[in-house]
Design a protein around this ligand. Sequence first.
Ligand SMILES: [Cu+2]
Length: 497
Amino acid sequence: MGRCANLVEDCFFPLFMQRRDFLKTVGLATASTRVLAQQQMQMQPQSFLAPTGSEDVAKTDFTLEIAPVTVELAANRIISTVGYNGISPGPRLRMKEGVPVTVNVINKTDVPEYVHFHGLLIPSDVDGSEEEGTPVVPPQGSRRYQFTPTPAGTRWYHTHTMSMDDLHRGSFTGQFGFLIVEGASNPGRYDQEHYLALRDWEPYFSNQAMDNDDLDPAGVQPERPAVMDTRQPGLEVQSDIYSINDKALGAGEPIRVRPGDRVLFHFLNASAIENRHLAMPGHQFNVIALDGNPVPTPAAVDVLMLGPGERIDAWVEMNQSGVWILGAPEDPVREGGLGIVVEYANQHRTPQWTAPPKSAWDYTIFGKPPSGPVPTEKLDMLFEKVPRGAGKFNSFTVNGKSYPHEQEFMLKQGTRYRLTFHNRTDDAHPLHLHRHQLEIVEIYGKATSGVIKDTVVVPTYGRASVDFTADQPGPTLFHCHIQQHMDYGFKALLRYA
Ligand SMILES: [Cu+2]
């Protein structure tokens, strides 16, 4: 709590005041520059897949340089980590669907690295996973990834190394960024478009893991064991310092809007640690895509939930004038930095926060009624946690076994599978399958169809079924996207026969 409180008191309000004072002093010049910028924005409405701005022109040749970076979350909170091209988040990579690209990766660190392109249907040798056989980017060396990006949508890229007990490696570092694959269709026009990645920083081990289960879907717990495991759990990773992109709440520029604006947000949970919720008082999120894939039934919700690795595309109609915080509903998380100020034109007041209406995240409201044939080929994965199964840390098993499940998950090419996740643990896990797309067909005890994902959060003691077609030959990694869980066994390698 101490660190959260500091961040709020030392960074948020003073910074906000400083900015106000600055605006007062600079006065007209700043105001007129802003008006001009807004007029330009108005003249060039941005669209989902064809934005303006030179930074975002789709290219075919990219360079990512892995090296130490500093991230100034707030004036007195500067993080030292590893990032891409001197920044974190890394550059937004914009590619055209179906047009081959080259990504040159230069590793200026002393440890081997992998860059994973999350949500793309690309071969194992360029997917960026050691388990799948992607060649390493050697320390102080380089490697060229060449692939044809597909499908269109909001994807991302990030390191895929193991961290184990080193909280300065893997996805605890600043090695992540958005990757946008442009498609042919243009689903709509918006007044503004923003890419917001949720992050936590300076992780540490704790035996008092934060519990945000009250925000998880209550629902059924079909996998809840009759007799609970009462053994002492191991240390888990935790953080008290948060940001959206590279700024803690209040430290960056606000998002400036006008009444009536439709603002499209692309949210990414780039955390290595925790599922996250987001809300904005007086406003609703109109969800149009999950993990970059358009949903069959776009719907408005008060609260979003994103597990590590997940993306949500949602637009907000700015119809409640004021100055608001778009941020995490949990006070310690929001006050620790997970939020951004949304400021209406000519509104000057302290950013407002009010708790959102209670609502449980539910993928199925964006789906459609069950349809289509039920795959006859079935796969089951049963997940269990072994308290302190890896020394002072917990370990995990899949179907009672440790990685790599030599003959457990053999796929026949061209076959559609129904994969059922049985979560016999006391955590909600974001489950990610590489190089394939998963269609949710059952979750929270409800049947659905048409929601296409690459990462699915399966609730505590919950069960979920997803269908996928085995049409991407090559070793395929499945894992929990919480870094520590993956490192200590929550993964499996699927192979093509
Ligand atoms: Cu997990």
